[in-house]
Design a protein around this ligand. Structure first.
Ligand SMILES: CC(C)(COP(=O)(O)OP(=O)(O)OC[C@H]1O[C@@H](n2cnc3c(N)ncnc32)[C@H](O)[C@@H]1OP(=O)(O)O)[C@@H](O)C(=O)NCCC(=O)NCCS
Length: 168
């Protein structure tokens, strides 16, 4: 029995989170587009919110991976970020984030980025603690749950491969 099986499951909807930011000139590059690093900061924050609500303890970012910057975000756009815990394992959780940019004047909203991040739950002393499992509802959440499991397997294979290179 792994650590999470003793804890009650939590629904994805209990921790789904959202953030809205207005892009100001200070956030932009010389083309007046939102800096990638600034967007990554927003992504990290909104993902951490979902992980924190799911785990109900402190969380730290273990990895941010697979970020797709699909389209530029301009000064004056409203950035809308939504996060959900795709799956919880033992002490870690994979969180998916989807980002849209709204041109409030034109009334047009477009998808601009997506990302997956992993957070690890820790106590006040920084020691890792188990997290409740996720209870996916509906076919979309089930698909994300299963995809998260496949990505974890891929991460393990990649970590083994890197260890092999280092020790070879
Ligand atoms: C993340 C951290 C807690 C992992 O601790 P660790 O002792 O190396 O952990 P382990 O290798 O035993 O793995 C612990 C869990 O984290 C997961 N994990 C560790 N590194 C990971 C990575 N790079 N990507 C995804 N998951 C990862 C493991 O799969 C495992 O999950 P599980 O408990 O659900 O099975 C530790 O590396 C750390 O504190 N990192 C710094 C965190 C931080 O400061 N973040 C902000 C960066 S600016």
């Amino acid at each position: 029995m792994n650590q999470t099986t003793r804890m009650a499951k939590r629904k994805v909807s209990e921790s789904q989170s959202e953030m809205t930011e207005l892009v100001l000139p200070n956030d932009a590059n010389t083309l007046e587009n939102l800096l990638g690093g600034r967007l990554m900061h927003f992504i990290d924050l909104v993902a951490a919110l979902a992980a924190y609500r799911h785990a109900r303890t402190h969380v730290v970012t273990a990895s941010m991976e697979h970020i797709d910057f699909v389209a530029p975000v301009h000064v004056g756009d409203v950035v809308i970020l939504k996060s959900s815990v795709n799956r919880a394992f033992n002490t870690s959780m994979e969180v998916g984030v989807k980002v849209w940019a709204e041109n409030a004047i034109a009334g047009i909203t477009r998808h601009v980025a997506s990302a997956y991040l992993t957070f690890v739950a820790v106590d006040a002393n920084g020691h890792r603690v188990p997290v409740p499992a996720v209870e996916p509802e509906g076919s979309e959440q089930v698909r994300r749950y299963e995809d998260a499991g496949r990505r974890r397997e891929q991460r393990k294979i990649e970590a083994e491969r890197k260890r092999g290179i280092v020790t070879a």
